[in-house]
Design a protein around this ligand. Structure first.
Ligand code: ADP
Ligand code: MG
Length: 339
């Protein structure tokens, strides 16, 4: 008798959810990335109890067409790539078509969305991956997605959640990085009715740095802008005399996305070598631009890690540009742009 069978779609989605949805912050990141991909200029996030009770992301982007609403929650359903060739030229944040299916599989979710400004939208309720309601509803253009009781049907995963403060810390961190990556979008983050972040969306990165790290940090920044035939870097780096006790204020951005790269971090630390006291770290927001064919974002399900095809050249370029900027600075703070 045959012993091998294909798993039921709901179980398959729950298993896949384990990779994409690790904790509340992963839900926030995926939903906000969808809002960014939808061309939103204002994204409001509110969470309760560290996101374990509820996560709501409201945007003013393109919305979802009524006939696409259900499909959007199928696994591998995406509007962002159409063929295998597109995989090598990705310009959107999402492309796997996995986030909505995964989130819906492990929560109770409501989507309210409209793709036109005629007040005619759609509302969907999904619980544990099962569609409960899909009907017309009045709403303005954009999407409003609420996720409640994350992991309510996967107790093993729920058990691994940390304290509300820890989960909230991860959410804030994800929000900060996305706000830093998109100064042209206005972001707000609210936790149990406390406002934790508000950015204006006027395109001024230094103002976002001030909103995230405080005004004194923003005043200690040096602007960076350099390019060679393959790469362009821009953003802000802290003067050596302004330091932090932890290394998580280094935000490297590729293709509008925060990426973690040990090689890049090492290049940055080499640029600051001997200029920082031991165990002190800089604050950086560094945007790297290159042709999409020079970077592979299809390495990691959460897309945090990327692979560069000209690694030594990129690291060398970053180190050299930052080093010469830092060495050119006198160590006496100078007045910077007013913020
Ligand atoms: P991906 O982002 O990889 O395409 P998702 O599962 O995150 O996959 O989303 C599936 C599809 O649903 C997207 O391709 C997009 O067409 C649509 N979608 C999701 N969120 C939004 C949103 N906030 N606004 C407009 N469309 C959205
Ligand atoms: Mg997505």
């Amino acid at each position: 008798m045959a012993k091998i069978h294909v798993l039921d779609e709901h179980i398959a989605n729950q298993i896949a959810a384990g990779e994409v949805v690790e904790r509340p912050a992963s839900v926030v990141k995926e939903l906000v990335e969808n809002a960014i991909d939808a061309g939103s200029t204002r994204i409001e996030v509110s969470v309760e109890e560290g996101g374990l009770q509820s996560i709501r992301v409201k945007d003013n982007g393109s919305g979802i067409e009524p006939e696409d609403c259900e499909t959007a929650f199928y696994r591998h359903a995406t509007s962002k790539i159409a063929s295998g060739r597109d995989l090598f030229l990705i310009t959107s944040l999402g492309f796997r078509g996995e986030a909505l299916a995964s989130i819906a599989a492990v929560s109770k979710l409501t989507l309210l969305t409209a793709s036109e400004d005629d007040g005619k939208g759609r509302v969907l309720d999904i619980e544990g991956g099962r569609l409960i309601r899909n009907e017309d509803a009045a709403c303005g253009k954009g999407s409003d997605l609420s996720v409640r009781e994350l992991f309510y049907n996967t107790p093993a995963r729920l058990k691994y959640m940390k304290s509300i403060q820890t989960e909230l810390g991860h959410i804030s961190d994800a929000m900060y990085r996305m706000a830093l990556a998109h100064p042209d979008i206005s972001f707000t983050l609210q936790h149990n009715s406390n406002q934790l972040l508000h950015t204006l969306g006027n395109g001024d990165l230094l103002q976002v740095i001030a909103a995230v790290y405080g005004t004194s940090a923003a005043k200690a920044m040096l602007p960076v802008s350099a390019e060679d035939p393959d790469f362009r870097i821009s953003g802000y780096i802290s003067r050596p005399e302004w330091t932090r006790s932890n290394r998580n204020a280094v935000t490297t951005l590729v293709g509008g996305r925060y990426v973690r790269s040990n090689g890049l971090n090492a290049a940055i630390m080499r640029a600051y070598h001997t200029l920082l006291p031991i165990n002190r770290y800089p604050l950086l927001v560094l945007k790297l631009e290159m042709h999409p064919s020079l970077v592979d974002v299809n390495v990691h399900p959460a897309k945090l890690e990327v692979r560069f095809s000209k690694e030594p050249e990129l690291y060398g370029f970053v180190e050299q540009q930052l080093r010469s900027l830092l060495m050119g600075q006198s160590l006496i703070p100078r007045p910077t742009k007013e913020i």
